[in-house]
Design a protein around this ligand. Structure first.
Ligand SMILES: Cc1ncc(COP(=O)(O)O)c(C=O)c1O
Length: 462
């Protein structure tokens, strides 16, 4: 249950006044509630307690180090999809031995980094990837723990761009191919099969698709357990959250009318009877569920524009700060930080970016606002900042984490200098020796010319 409430006419984040945060740190500003994140984590954990689950938070939803540290301190593991995310969890004090590494396009370098870090398991998405993992592990003299990601071909009522468990999607391996891989596994001498995984998509609000996927995958899980000694079944993430009535969903009573939703309790109630008898470690990989309703984006109204056909409310946050509405047409509830009385209006809430798609809400009935007012865009804790960009050369916003009446800045607002970091105009300005000519000869000969940098910024030979 989230902890964003009005006290009188003012919006509070836990016991902290939202307007005060905007005054202090400026806007646009992401604000997260630590209590909400912990509450969501604990609810999921306790509903699945009978399975002794490992929760691997999906870092992609929000990868701020402070949030990762908060979840790690509660015992969470992590679901990673890149070397960069591995770097983040190591920086945050997360435990790679409680983390899985998924994603259809892991590079050999990323695989090496994860093996060296002691990853609990790779989640393998193709036979060719398995071959690369086997080779990299052989070179390091290690045996790589792997899980196979099954694509169970289960549809879910969610946005087409976040469905991942249907045969047409790029994710996972078909059940038929998995059976073939089982036959070939003994030839991969540097991998050991540790588990089976699926993840059918995101923002799924009913339990049936999860249940159907579990049923379909169980026969493969049993083979993995009995023939190869696999120890876990990872049922992915994907649990949906409230967007339409996000503010109201902070009220326990509101949930009573949502009896069919895939809440942690309902999800567990339906899956426990299927998963319990397997006697395996169960892993879940929630992202949105833990952090989505734990974050808001504060933005200030810059201007209003009234045309006979339409009214516009122009705010200082743009699609570069929060891309979900432009990317998925997604709905976010938008409320005033200080409520004022007056007649409601219908308006488009738009940002300053030079794109017509830079629109947070179209034809939205909303409380009256004036230039200078603050608005809170709800349900932006997941896939908000982590998908933000500098498009239109807009520095990315600051982030604040609230804990009761306390808060702390967990990411500085970017500066103009941040916008050009790593760019250079003159030859050799950025990396001496890394320039070249069209004929392939290097502008400045030297052994540096064949150097690249890995994502952590260390120099390495390709
Ligand atoms: C492999 C995997 N696990 C977990 C997640 C988290 O999904 P959600 O945030 O919907 O829980 C994703 C999201 O895309 C994913 O790709």
């Amino acid at each position: 249950m989230h902890r964003f409430r009005y006290q009188g006419e003012a919006l509070f984040v836990e016991e902290t006044d939202a307007a005060g945060l905007a005054e202090r740190y400026g806007t646009p500003l992401y604000v997260y509630s630590a209590g909400t994140i912990v509450d969501h984590y604990e609810r999921l954990l306790s509903s699945l307690r009978a399975l002794n689950p490992l929760i691997c938070y999906a870092v992609k939803a929000n990868s701020n180090l402070a949030l990762l540290r908060l979840l790690a301190s509660r015992g969470s593991g992590f679901d990673l999809v890149s070397g960069g995310e591995l770097y983040r969890i190591l920086r945050a004090g997360g435990d790679p031995a409680r983390s899985t590494f998924a994603g259809v396009g892991k590079t050999a370098q990323e695989i090496k980094e994860a093996l060296e870090a002691g990853i609990y398991s790779f989640v393998v998405e193709s036979r060719e990837e398995l071959e690369v993992i086997d080779r990299v592990a052989a070179r390091l003299g290690k045996r790589a723990p792997v899980a196979l990601r099954v694509n169970p071909d289960v549809g879910a009522r969610t946005h087409a761009k976040v469905k991942t468990g249907v045969a047409e999607s790029k994710f996972g391996i078909s059940p038929e191919e998995i059976e073939g891989l089982y036959r070939q596994l003994p030839h991969f001498s540097h991998v050991s099969l540790r588990g089976i995984q699926f993840h059918i998509g995101s923002q799924i609000r009913d339990v049936e698709p999860f249940e159907e996927a579990v049923r379909r995958v169980i026969p493969l899980v049993e083979i993995a357990r009995d023939r190869f000694g696999a120890e876990f079944f990872d049922i992915g993430g994907g649990l949906g959250i409230a967007y339409e009535e996000a503010l109201q969903s902070g009220d326990p009573g509101w949930w009573e009318s949502k009896a069919q939703w895939a809440t942690p309790a309902h999800y567990a109630e339906r899956l426990l009877p299927l998963l319990g008898p397997l006697k395996l470690r169960i892993i879940v990989e929630p992202g949105r569920l833990l952090v989505g309703n734990a974050g808001i984006l504060l933005t200030r109204v810059l201007y209003r524009k009234n045309r006979p056909q339409k009214k516009f409310v122009i705010v200082d946050a743009g699609m570069n700060d929060l891309v979900r509405p432009a990317l998925y047409g997604s709905f976010h509830q938008i409320v005033p930080v200080a409520r004022r009385s007056g007649e409601w209006v219908e308006a488009d809430v738009v940002g300053p970016v030079c794109e017509s798609g830079d629109c947070f809400a179209a034809s939205r009935r909303m409380a009256p606002v004036e230039s200078g007012d603050l608005l809170a865009i709800f349900s932006t804790g997941a896939y908000g900042f982590s998908m933000a960009s500098q498009y239109n050369s807009r520095p990315r916003p600051a982030e604040v984490l609230v804990d009761g009446a306390n808060h702390r800045l967990i990411r500085l607002r970017e500066s103009y200098e941040d916008l050009v970091r790593g760019e250079g105009i003159d030859e050799g300005e950025i990396a001496p020796g890394l320039s070249g000519r069209a004929d392939g000869a290097s502008g400045q000969a030297g052994e540096n010319e064949s150097l690249t940098r890995d994502q952590a910024g260390r120099k390495e030979k390709p």
